[in-house]
Ligand binder design. Structure first.
Ligand code: GLU
Length: 358
């Protein structure tokens, strides 16, 4: 009799667990991760599995999740389609939508982490933007792929599996916004697209990898550099657009006219992708001086892919009114300037300190 009762109780417990999973659609023991999809090659499709031609942003998020074996054993997953574009078409509007949605989701007890699927062309920009405006220490992980979903040895499914494993891991709290590609975990601050098409495109050449995730096993090596997320002073609350900031690419004998044209066209800030240590020729320097005198801040970054721009180098920043981007590349220096300009009347020194801190 006692045995029959015990068996009955076990059967009832299992029945209740199955019912609760079916009713709530969730396993209470698993973390809850939301995947925000924006498109990119990871959602791309081509006519041939061995051809290089394809179109980004073709596959919807639910189909992408279903294509990854065992991914639902890592977390309770839910997908939201925020955009479906190649990341060359990423926009400030999508950045703001993403940031606001992430802040909303992470403020609830029901969401433990976020994954964002995104094209790789501008992934480092979206990651750095979010690193400055997400107000949570829960993990936010961007991922993508270099090969479309229809390609032989597509890299998207394993990247997505690993990104979900990181977002679901309690170990990943406090690392700011991360990028997962090809088993490597990068900090949003450091990651750079370094090579046009191979799967090992992302590197963190100056500061090194944050960690690795191999078939879902997460390991961290060091904390990220710079202020981010909960320690960042930047916020998108009530923000509908960002000030226009342009980037000018320099080379031998480049004309300073480009800078005058940007100011005339309404740029509120300019980033110069300078040569070497953020250097530029005499004509460009004169145009930069005109811009800063007119109240348009100019940040000196470098067209060289790796290395910091020195504050005291060949250019006297005080004389030209310029600011060094420190170790941010031109595209990330632009994002910091856009967010900084949301507050009026920042001094040159104030701006320089932001580049040192963030
Ligand atoms: N143009 C594509 C994108 O950025 C290519 C790169 C990719 O997704 O891997 O969306």
């Amino acid at each position: 009799m006692k045995n029959t009762l015990l068996k009955l109780r076990t059967v009832l417990t299992i029945f209740m667990m199955v019912v609760s999973v079916l009713v709530c659609g969730q396993d209470k023991k698993l973390p809850n991760v939301v995947i925000l999809a924006t498109g990119g090659t990871i959602a791309g499709a081509g006519a041939s599995s061995t051809g290089s031609a394809y179109t980004s942003g073709q596959v919807k998020i639910e189909a992408m999740i279903d294509a990854v074996p065992n991914i639902r054993s890592l977390a309770n997953l839910r997908g939201e389609q925020l955009a479906n574009v190649g990341s060359q078409d990423m926009s400030v509007k999508v950045w703001l939508d993403l940031a606001k949605r992430i802040n909303e989701l992470l403020a609830t007890k029901d969401v433990d982490g976020i994954v964002i699927t995104h094209g790789t062309d501008t992934q480092e920009e979206t990651a750095y933007f979010l690193n400055l405006v997400v107000k949570s220490d829960k993990p936010v992980v961007l991922t993508g792929s270099m090969r479309p979903s229809t390609a032989l040895s597509a890299d998207g499914p394993l990247n997505m599996y690993n990104a979900v494993a990181i977002a679901a891991s309690p170990k990943a709290k406090g690392y700011g916004v991360m990028v997962l590609m090809n088993d490597d975990i990068h900090s949003a601050h450091d990651v750079k697209k370094m090579i046009t098409t191979p799967v090992h495109t992302f590197e963190s050449p100056l500061e090194g990898l944050l960690g690795t995730c191999i078939f879902g096993e997460v390991e961290f090596f060091h904390k990220p550099f710079g202020k981010h997320t909960v320690d960042s002073e930047f916020s998108v609350d009530g923000v509908k657009e960002l000030p226009r900031v342009d980037i000018v690419y320099t080379c031998a004998d480049v004309s300073g006219d480009l800078i005058d044209i940007m100011v005339k066209a309404g740029a509120k800030g300019i980033v110069v992708a300078g040569v070497g240590d953020g250097n530029m020729n005499a004509g460009t320097l004169e145009a930069v001086k005109r811009a800063t005198k007119a109240g348009v801040p100019v940040v000196r970054a470098s067209r060289v892919p790796v290395g910091a721009v020195l504050i005291k180098g060949e250019i006297n920043d005080e004389e030209y009114g310029t600011v060094s981007s420190a170790d941010l590349n031109p595209q990330k220096a632009r994002i910091l300037l856009m967010l900084s300009l949301l507050k009026k009347d920042r001094s040159r020194e104030d701006l320089q300190n932001l580049y040192i801190e963030y």
